[in-house]
Design a protein around this ligand. Structure first.
Ligand code: IPE
Ligand code: IPE
Ligand code: MG
Length: 229
């Protein structure tokens, strides 16, 4: 455990809440409740292990297509989450960032998000970046459009600088729980050279030990980035 190479930035596609609940004979929303409780446990452990940036996929641009009851519950849980953890973020000096188009959220949620961004903006104890109404394709399209609008050349560097994660850089490791082997529109540009880790463990069951396994796997990888090493 001591000599592991620790990623600077990890991204997590937190998948499997619905199946976790259904396997217990409960409604999908029950799984989302447990899934949201798990965010704090895993983010805290990640920071404890020396990871500096944790980017979490909470709600995709495609997730609006779910039943209204489920979407409403996910939005409600986000609001509860921000309230519940505000004091913790402040205490641990965690800076909160958002990736995604928040203009589609309710004014109340937008206000809560604005408050938390403001209160944590100067913190340097780690960054928790939450993907809410986030889609990697839309993010790239928006970045390119903004370059065109400002008469700037469309280059890899300029696109990077116009993504939501401009100051956060690229994830070294992307973890997906829940047994699916796909990115589902998560960090498409930033993930070009991320190491990928897939596990069948459903998000509410993904505990500290599971994160440790992902770090161990990352630590054993050789990142060539196209070179011969
Ligand atoms: C959580 O898991 C991901 C979110 C969109 C919040 P899911 O709700 O996709 O759970 P499964 O994949 O249906 O089990
Ligand atoms: C990806 O999970 C989105 C989040 C984890 C927020 P989904 O469950 O929405 O992805 P698909 O439908 O399996 O691709
Ligand atoms: Mg899913």
């Amino acid at each position: 455990m001591e000599n592991l190479k620790i990623p600077h930035h990890i991204g997590i596609i937190m998948d499997g809440n619905g199946r976790w609940a259904e396997s217990r004979g409960k409604k999908r929303t029950y799984g989302h409740k447990h899934g949201s409780d798990n965010v704090d446990r895993i983010a805290s452990y990640a920071f404890e292990r020396g990871i500096k940036v944790v980017s979490l996929y909470a709600f995709s641009t495609e997730n609006w297509q779910r039943p209204k009851e489920e979407v409403d519950e996910l939005m409600r849980l986000l609001s509860v989450y921000f309230k519940r953890f505000l004091s913790k973020f402040v205490k641990n000096k965690i800076k909160v960032k958002i990736m995604g188009d928040v203009s589609a959220l309710t004014p109340k949620l937008q206000k809560e998000i604005g408050d938390i961004l403001e209160k944590t903006k100067d913190f340097d104890g780690g960054v928790l970046c939450l993907g809410i109404n986030y889609g990697g394709r839309q993010e790239i399209v928006n970045a390119v459009n903004s370059l065109i609008k400002n008469d700037q050349p469309v280059t890899v560097e300029n696109i990077s600088n116009n993504l939501y994660t401009a100051e956060l850089g690229e994830p070294d490791l992307i973890i997906r729980t829940g047994g699916e082997y796909r990115l589902s529109n998560f960090m498409l540009f930033q993930g070009a050279y991320s190491e990928l880790y897939f596990t069948d463990v459903l998000w509410p069951d993904f505990d500290e030990n599971e994160l440790e396994k992902a770090i161990e796997s990352f630590s054993g990888r050789t990142r060539r980035v196209g070179k011969v090493l």
